[in-house]
Write a protein that binds this ligand. Structure first.
Ligand code: ADE
Length: 231
């Protein structure tokens, strides 16, 4: 899979170079191509923003550098083109699975007060939000999306980091985990986890997942019950 990211803050994506994602990128399991929109500005001062027509606070990203950058990285319109924006569809587990199956995606990161609407109409397929709050730019949102979808790409997680057991894989929150020591500050690890009885351990974990989900995310709990009923 190849992900093209268009941004005026390419240096922020250095955060992708470490950890699990960094290891996968180094191994070539998938590819992230970060493009500086400013490199495509036809303006003599390499400007990428201007005052909004109609007035108002802040600056708006001009269409020309974005249009040209997109044409340069995806001339044949092969990528699923996404603009990171609080106006978009909310990112979730299902969408992370869907995006991980794409051959190519392009993530446009807006900054300032937004992007000229015409370039979105001309070049972008959909908008995507990571939650109901406003960031100063789409860069962190793009990194959240890249991180979450990469976990579903074969070869990104090691065997010991399997994607299967994780929270949301079956729509439930994850059960509590413990490691050594078996007693810490007088607090014991639940007995069932210490006796090596795998069926009992799995049953306990399922029970805890259900309890936690019901208590903390009743919306997910209802969804889970409904899905189970349909099976
Ligand atoms: N850009 C600014 N805020 C955002 C959000 N919540 N999601 C995606 N992109 C954004």
């Amino acid at each position: 899979m190849r992900i093209d990211v268009l941004t005026v803050f390419p240096e922020e994506f250095a955060a992708l170079d470490s950890g699990v994602v960094g290891r996968a990128l180094q191994k070539g399991v998938f590819e992230v191509n970060v493009v500086n929109i400013r490199d495509y500005s036809a303006d003599k001062h390499r400007r990428t923003d201007d005052y909004p027509f109609g007035g108002g606070a802040g600056m708006v990203m001009t269409p020309q550098p974005i249009y040209d950058a997109i044409q340069a990285v995806d001339p044949e319109r092969k990528a699923r083109r996404i603009y990171m924006s609080p106006r978009g569809r909310t990112f979730d587990h299902e969408l992370s699975l869907e995006l991980a199956r794409e051959e190519r995606i392009l993530l446009l990161c807006g900054s300032y007060e937004g992007v000229d609407e015409r370039v979105l109409e001309l070049c972008i397929d959909e908008e995507l939000s990571i939650g109901d709050y406003v960031l100063t730019g789409g860069e962190l949102a793009a990194m959240v999306v890249i991180n979450a979808l990469s976990r579903h790409i074969d070869g990104v997680l090691g065997c010991s980091e399997s994607d299967e057991d994780e929270s949301f894989a079956d729509g439930l929150l994850e059960y509590p985990q413990y490691t050594r020591p078996s007693t810490f500050m007088g607090k014991e690890v639940p007995e069932v986890l210490l006796n090596g009885h795998h069926a009992k351990i799995n049953a306990w974990r399922m029970e805890k997942s259900l309890e936690l989900t019901k208590e903390r995310r009743p919306d997910l709990y209802e969804k889970y019950l409904k899905k189970k009923d349909e099976k």
